[in-house]
Design a protein around this ligand. Structure first.
Ligand code: PMP
Length: 482
């Protein structure tokens, strides 16, 4: 049997939970052994229906809760995308390290990491300690405290474009502040975004996110709202990722009206599609030439692809950049970082930035712990993340090449995307050719094998994933691919 590190053993658990969790972990070891024995006894090929039945059989507690939740919780989930889980959303009772356990006692090696934030894994000791130390001193003051400037100093030392920063609670909010600053600085109203890029759920950016081929065809090039009830989309101008001519044409058609260009510098929300060589330089140049602000939405790439984010990786410095997810380590934190000429609009009060819970000490205590951990030895931990990512992506490539199935994996180290598509996509439209059903079946088989992944092909790694976790996952990938 593979050497699987039981997550709880690596961590000092919060007081009071230790005994319960130790028992849980002992059970987990026993359960894993039994599961492995069963596998050895009866190795057989699973069809997707069989996988689904197998998952259903061992997740009755989740199904019962899912049915109960739908009665009084709108949609049964707290964020719409979670509804797409197959066969139904699972309910979890604890997570520690790279492991997470559902209410039926099944443990999984977790590559969803809360959709990205848990870069140190679940309940990382550094984070738990920061919370335990800060919580007795107060959760929020609505006033000033030392952690504000301490974290701001850390951030400005790591983020190339940051003369200063400000805090909010979600990626959605902070993107709105970035766009508002750009409008204030330029006196223009529109922004240019790219199809397939996600920048939160505000009307202004929730447009042309994941349109179907039919929607694209029938839209006649107009921005496509994602849901009903959204305000008219005329302030958004949409272009294709990696399409220089399209961006030039958009500027030409909206002369003097575009305040900013916003993008995910690596398109993590749709296939982790990289900018082609020179494309970010092109965006840097054209925004300068047209007097528009360049905004990198680093909500995913920030502190994940490296200590200096995508701007460090590509050595392109935007005017403004937004952060959330990994930086908050699981707490609701977002950050706007930017050049003084824009951030000064906040300092002077010309642009409003407000929020009751902004910069609360509990969240910033965690951010400080995350940044301190990630920046140790000049970010040496990223090497481990990248090595583990490379091991998994190589396995996926090998396994599917052996089965003669086309697969494209685009990796930015500790976040990568798997799609069953023949040609490497250069934008969202080309990603539409991917076989989503096949990926969904594969993800379900992985779930059955004890590996939790997101439904859209994205995988996240944490610093808590051990050699043993990767080893075990490699074996699970091989079995699931059968
Ligand atoms: N920008 C990007 C690139 C994101 O991936 C997300 C969330 N997935 C957001 C913005 C919005 O962040 P939040 O969910 O915290 O509002």
């Amino acid at each position: 049997m593979a050497q699987y590190s039981i997550p709880g053993e690596k961590y000092r658990l919060p007081m009071g939970t230790k005994k319960i969790r130790q028992t849980v972990h002992e059970d987990t070891i026993a359960a894993r052994q039994t599961k492995e024995d069963e596998r050895q006894d009866s190795r057989r090929l699973f069809r997707p229906e069989e996988r689904e039945e197998s998952v259903r059989n061992k997740t009755a507690g989740s199904l019962e809760r899912w049915q109960r939740a739908q009665r009084h919780l709108a949609g049964g989930v707290s964020s719409g995308l979670r509804r797409s889980a197959r066969p139904y959303p699972l309910y979890f009772s604890w997570g520690t390290g790279a492991g997470i356990q559902d209410v039926d006692g099944n443990t999984y090696c977790d590559y969803t990491l809360g959709w990205g934030p848990n870069i140190l894994g679940h309940a990382a000791p550094e984070i738990v300690r920061a919370l335990q130390e800060q919580a007795p001193l107060g959760l929020t003051y609505g006033a000033q405290h030392d952690l504000e400037f301490e974290v701001a100093e850390q951030l400005t030392s790591f983020i190339p474009c940051a003369d200063s920063v400000c805090f909010a609670n979600s990626g959605t909010e902070i993107v709105q502040l970035a766009l508002r600053l750009a409008r204030a600085a330029t006196g223009r109203q529109k922004h240019l975004k790219f199809e397939g890029h996600y920048h939160g759920w505000d009307d202004s950016v929730l447009t042309s996110y994941h349109p179907s081929a039919f929607q694209i065809e029938s839209s006649g090039g107009a921005p496509i709202p994602v849901g009903e009830g959204q305000l008219p989309q005329e302030i958004a101008v949409v272009a294709q990722w990696n399409d220089r001519e399209g961006v030039e044409a958009a500027f030409a058609a909206n002369k003097g009206k575009i305040s900013s260009v916003i993008c995910e510098p690596i398109l993590c929300n749709s296939g982790c599609i990289f900018p082609e060589p020179g494309f970010l330089e092109f965006l840097r140049d054209i925004t300068r030439k047209e007097g528009a602000v360049l905004i990198f939405d680093e909500v995913i790439t920030g502190f994940r692809v490296g200590l200096h984010g995508a701007q460090g990786l590509f050595e392109i410095t935007p005017d403004l950049a937004t952060y959330a997810k990994a930086l908050g380590g699981g707490m609701p934190l977002s950050v706007l970082a930017g050049k003084a000429e824009y951030m000064d609009l906040i300092s002077t009060g010309k642009v409003v930035h407000a929020g009751t819970l902004n910069g609360n000490p509990l969240t910033l205590a965690v951010a400080k712990a995350v940044l301190t951990y990630l920046s140790k030895d000049n970010g040496a931990v990223y090497e481990k993340l990248h090595t583990h990512g490379a091991r998994l992506t190589q396995t996926l490539r090998d396994v599917f090449a052996a089965a003669a199935l086309p697969i494209v994996i685009s990796s930015a180290g500790s976040v990568f995307h798997v799609s069953f598509v023949k040609k490497k996509p250069r934008n969202y439209r080309e990603l539409l050719a991917a076989d989503e059903q096949r990926y969904s079946d594969f993800a379900l088989a992985l779930l059955d094998e004890g590996v939790l992944v997101l439904p859209d092909g994205r995988w996240y790694l944490s610093t808590a994933h051990s050699e043993g976790d990767i080893f075990e996952t490699v074996a699970a990938i091989q079995r699931a691919a059968e």
